[in-house]
Design a protein around this ligand. Structure first.
Ligand code: AMP
Length: 399
């Protein structure tokens, strides 16, 4: 049975076509730089590739291109879309409406789109991908949605509550939900396998660093705290999101700039972060390209990210009363030696020492980058949310 998994992010659309007999990936790729210009990298299981600049004004064009790449041309892996039994989609925010994986009916897609106010950069992109998918596939191909909030439901109230009146929490459901749950679940399981240790015996800080970033404390295999909050805006500085900011600074800025709540939300989610501070780009690679050209605001942006990640690692080591491993994953975590190296510099008090030469060579491969005498193991672990989504999708359509 073939399952197509779609992971539509704010500027990227990763996909995998997985044969569930043996969980073999037939083809995978990434349509990235959506909304900037566009590029597809597509690779088949037998090494055929497409690397092509494209025009991706929105996710719809990116999705159409990935479908075309699966069916037509030199790197096609199937003759017809009818060979695909189901499509599984990653969805960032399920709030309290969706507590488990579900079939994506038109009503469900509309609801996901409505929830976009809680995840302004992501949920609308998911809805676009779902609708584009429905246009391409026949009605009898189930579309399944897997929510990123589920893994963090194990957080204790002291971690997920904000200091607001309890009645307001009950009435409006305002609390920390956390995101990237599928990724944190996947990489922590992969870490336990790589270390040869039971998850129950590990205290882990998992750093998913991409266009959106979240850092999670995982104890006994469960999320006990995470950097993203009620929405994916909270935590460390991101591509276009501010990350954590004093709520009074938000109301002050709104008054000064005469912004409505929606405009303020759009400002914080789309105009801030790397893009806002550096005035260069939301893209980590372009930030480092600018640093190499002596750009001081790009340098400040990079320094802020590395400093904030360090603080999360330290605070989560404190709440877990120990630390066995740090994971770097996501587009930045897997590929940016500069970010990993900066975070792991001067961390010997916490027992973190990495091999800086080895770190420089690691891009997207499962690798232990800590030195043999480091008390805390540091790993680069490519995330595979797609595989977990495919398994969830298979489970729901097999019911
Ligand atoms: P994601 O949201 O996980 O797709 O990650 C996107 C981020 O990863 C962007 O900021 C990219 O600049 C960054 N990224 C992707 N590839 C690399 C690379 N080879 N080196 C540095 N950063 C990268």
């Amino acid at each position: 049975m073939l399952i197509l998994v779609v992971n539509a992010g704010s500027s990227s659309l990763k996909y995998q076509l997985i044969d569930m007999d043996g969980e073999k990936v037939l083809a995978k790729g990434n349509c990235d730089r959506i909304g900037i210009d566009g590029h597809i990298s597509h690779k088949t299981h037998d090494g055929r590739q497409i690397n092509e600049d494209c025009s991706f004004p929105t996710h719809t064009e990116a999705f159409e291109k990935l479908v075309d790449s699966l069916v037509n041309g030199e790197a096609a892996v199937i003759d017809s879309m009818s060979e695909i039994s189901a499509v599984g989609h990653r969805v960032v925010q399920g709030a309290e409406v969706f507590s488990e994986t579900t079939i994506a009916t038109d009503e469900v897609i509309d609801k996901i789109d409505e929830l976009a106010e809680l995840a302004p950069v992501h949920n609308h992109a998911h809805a676009l991908a779902l609708r584009a998918c429905k246009k391409v596939f026949s009605e009898d191909v189930p579309q399944v949605v897997v929510f990123d909030t589920a893994f963090h439901q194990t957080m204790p109230p002291k971690a997920y509550m904000y200091g607001i009146p309890y009645g307001d929490y009950e009435k409006y459901h305002v609390r920390k939900y956390g995101f990237h749950g599928t990724s944190h679940r996947f990489v922590s399981a992969a870490l336990s396998k790589a270390m040869g240790k039971d998850l129950k015996d590990l205290k882990i800080v998992s750093c998913h660093l991409g266009n959106g970033s979240s850092i999670t404390a995982i104890e006994n295999g469960k999320s006990i705290d995470t950097s993203m909050g009620f929405t994916p805006l909270d935590g460390v500085i991101m591509g276009t999101r501010s990350g954590a900011i004093d709520a009074s600074a938000v109301t002050y800025l709104a008054k000064k700039m005469n912004l409505s709540p929606d405009e303020m939300s759009s400002y914080l989610n789309k105009q801030c972060g790397f893009l806002g501070v550096s005035d260069v780009s939301s893209d980590n690679r372009e930030i480092y390209a600018a640093i190499n050209n002596g750009d001081e605001k790009a340098q400040l942006t990079a320094d802020m990210l590395r400093y904030e990640i360090k603080k999360y690692i330290g605070s989560y080591a404190a709440v877990m009363n120990g630390l066995d491993a740090v994971i770097f994953t996501g587009g930045i975590g897997e590929n940016s030696w500069e970010v990993r190296g900066g975070v792991c510099t001067n961390m010997d008090y916490l027992g973190i020492k990495i091999d800086f030469d080895l770190n420089k060579t690691v891009r997207g491969t499962l690798t232990k980058i800590s030195t043999p005498d480091s008390k805390v193991e540091v790993w680069v672990i490519p995330t595979n949310e797609e595989l977990l989504i495919a398994r969830d999708t298979l489970a729901i359509i097999s019911k």
